[in-house]
Design a protein around this ligand. Structure first.
Ligand SMILES: NC(=O)c1ccc[n+]([C@@H]2O[C@H](COP(=O)([O-])OP(=O)(O)OC[C@H]3O[C@@H](n4cnc5c(N)ncnc54)[C@H](OP(=O)(O)O)[C@@H]3O)[C@@H](O)[C@H]2O)c1
Length: 267
């Protein structure tokens, strides 16, 4: 059984160096920060996303970093991307499903569901499709791994982002299943960030109370260096959400989380 958050329980070790790592959403925020740190450790890193200028900025001045455009909302686009990726980088052995969007929605009344549908397409169908396009290749590679970026909100929902929470909870579940069916062939890791200062939502980059991006990335890299690799990479700040149910404080945590988020957004 998967322990929650603290103890490394993976059976294998993800190598720290010498991998060829694809990171979606590598042109900004968490993806950009992790991409550079993986590269600093001596890995080849490919960043993917829609904005080529953002990707170019991530890789600027770094040999062994590469940029490829990807729109993860498009099934055909993903198929085409996988072909381009494997032609240019046949040694790719680590997939980091990081690209995502977060939209605020008021689910208390009937509404236009465009944001909900976009969220499901990007955050849920995107990683499922991209993993599907690459899983057979990953199985053929040594030391292969899939890292799925979920969220603390997979475990306790923010009331203003109902579809976002639901997609992250779904990817948590998908990751658990994938880990079991790929056991012994591909290491499957979940990375669930807490609230981190990035441009994911307007104003979030400098929001007080959110974890500074550099500090978050330091903690993630330290957890990924543990042996064996944790099945769930959970920095200390996210344990409050990840462990809410098991510590029998879910209802209180739901109230506290939403009060914190409202206060943080209102400054
Ligand atoms: N920051 C937080 O507080 C937090 C907390 C929990 C979980 N997370 C998760 O962490 C991940 C990274 O988010 P972030 O905070 O770093 O925000 P971010 O800076 O907005 O990064 C999101 C990235 O996803 C890419 N993306 C969005 N739609 C895409 C599409 N259709 N195709 C390809 N790429 C797409 C964006 O690049 P393009 O626009 O160039 O395509 C962008 O680089 C997300 O999955 C997010 O849900 C973040």
């Amino acid at each position: 059984m998967t322990d929650i958050g603290a103890t490394p329980i993976g059976e294998k070790v993800m190598q720290q160096t010498g991998n060829t790592i694809l990171i979606t959403g590598g042109g900004s925020g968490i993806g950009q920060e992790l991409a550079r740190r993986f590269h600093d450790l001596g890995n080849t890193v490919i960043v993917a996303g829609r904005r080529i200028e953002a990707l170019q900025e991530t890789i600027a001045g770094r040999d062994g970093m590469h940029a490829l455009t990807l729109d993860i909302d498009s099934a055909e686009g993903i198929a085409d991307f996988a072909e381009r990726l494997l032609a240019a980088h046949p040694a790719v052995n680590v997939l980091v499903n990081n690209a995502g969007i977060m939209r605020f929605e008021d689910a208390s009344a009937g509404r236009d569901l465009a944001d909900a549908e976009a969220t499901v397409t990007t955050n849920l169908l995107g990683p499922i499709r991209l993993t599907n396009a690459l899983v057979d290749h990953l199985k053929s590679q040594a030391g292969s791994a899939i890292i799925n970026v979920t969220s603390g909100l997979a475990f306790v929902p923010l009331l203003t982002t109902p579809t976002y929470n639901a997609t992250k909870a779904a990817i948590h579940s998908y990751t658990v299943a994938l880990r079991e069916v790929l056991k012994g062939r591909v290491e499957v890791i979940e990375l669930a960030p807490p609230a981190v200062q990035t441009g994911l939502t307007p104003g979030q980059e400098s929001r007080p109370g959110y974890q500074p991006l550099g500090e978050f990335a330091d903690e993630v890299m330290a957890l990924l260096a543990l042996e064996p690799t944790p099945a769930e990479v959970m920095v200390p700040r996210v344990a409050f959400l990840r462990r809410a149910e098991v510590e029998d404080r879910f209802d209180d945590t739901l109230v506290q989380l939403n009060a914190f988020a409202t206060a943080a957004r209102n400054g």
